[in-house]
Design a protein around this ligand. Structure first.
Ligand SMILES: [Fe+2]
Length: 312
């Protein structure tokens, strides 16, 4: 379980968004860096959406990582960033690519892998176990690390790694000894439930840049035949599309400036046609002003946009 202190921090952010430290206007801040080791050989696409990557029986020390995803002012939160995390087990073994001893159910081929979305205030949380170092041969080890791929609703993913203070192998590792990795070596605090650390992510996105890129949808073939009716709409709009494969789908509404307005659905769907309603309400319940909005439909590897018009 997450500690009470951290829970209060996260729930405070969720309720009113006051817990994100305000920076002075115009103060620069350094964006989070990519890791020099790149993607590495053990990334696997299509891992499940879940915040708990390790079952209670998984061997190792429980680890709780939370943080906030912001733009490059270190203040403006970015919502709906896909945070894809994967790591070795406590003996340095990677699922999918290797046969590992695991406490997770045998049927879970994505052991110690998962994706979460950043919330309305950019916040995210994962629970897992602390990965073990793994040998590179010749008495060399990679330090304990978690791989991350952070994909904002528009723009390039940040592919990076998280390390932990006090690790014996930090100095000899190409990734962790890079001066640019300093902000990604975090302290862990011991709690009654395990170790806890904070990893805030600053994407290299200007705060006033549109959160979605309306001109360049990333095409794939999972989402097809999008229909919206009636459009323009007054009380409700129906959004329909076909899924050509079972997929996790996120359907959101953005305003004309690219700001996130509302999430309509965020879950796994079967193949086939699906239908949703939106009543013109924003995330905190108020009705949005009349105008043009975008329906943003996203799966693992693509997103599609549909322009709609709300007339009060
Ligand atoms: Fe790795």
């Amino acid at each position: 379980m997450i500690s009470r202190r951290r829970f209060l921090q996260l729930s405070g952010m969720t309720a009113v968004g006051l817990m994100i430290p305000k920076r002075l206007e115009g103060m620069p801040c350094d964006p989070s860096t990519a890791d020099l080791m790149g993607l590495g050989p053990y990334w696997e696409p299509d891992s499940p959406y879940r915040s708990i990557l390790a079952s209670p029986e998984e061997p190792g020390t429980r680890l709780f990582i939370s943080g906030v995803v912001t733009a490059n002012d270190c203040h403006t939160p970015i919502t709906n960033v896909i945070i894809d995390a994967w790591h070795a087990d406590d003996e340095g073994c990677y699922s999918v690519f290797e046969t590992c001893d695991t406490g997770n159910p045998e049927s879970d081929e994505f052991n110690l892998r998962g994706r979460v979305l950043s919330g309305p205030h950019g916040q995210y949380f994962i629970e897992t176990i602390k990965p073990g170092p793994y040998p590179l041969g010749l008495d060399r080890f990679r330090p304990s690390h978690i791989h991350f791929m952070m994909t904002p609703p528009a723009g390039e993913p940040l592919i990076t790694q998280l390390y932990f203070e006090g690790d014996d192998y930090l100095d000899e590792d190409t990734g962790s000894s890079d001066p640019g990795a300093v902000d990604r070596i975090i302290p862990l605090n011991e709690t009654e439930n395990g170790m806890e650390g904070i990893f805030d992510i600053k994407l290299d996105i200007d705060p006033d840049q549109k959160a979605i890129n309306v001109n360049y949808p990333i095409s794939g073939n999972r989402i097809q035949n999008i229909a919206t009716y009636p459009n323009p709409f007054n009380s409700h709009i129906e959004i329909q599309f076909d899924l050509t494969k079972p997929s996790h789908v996120l359907v959101s509404v953005y305003d004309i400036t690219g700001r996130w307005v509302q999430t309509i659905t965020n879950k796994f769907f079967s193949k086939g046609r699906h239908s949703f309603l939106w009543n013109g309400n924003a995330s905190f319940g108020e009705t949005v002003p009349s105008g043009e909005y975008f329906i943003h439909i996203q799966t693992a590897n693509e997103y599609q946009l549909k322009s709609i018009t709300f007339l009060k």
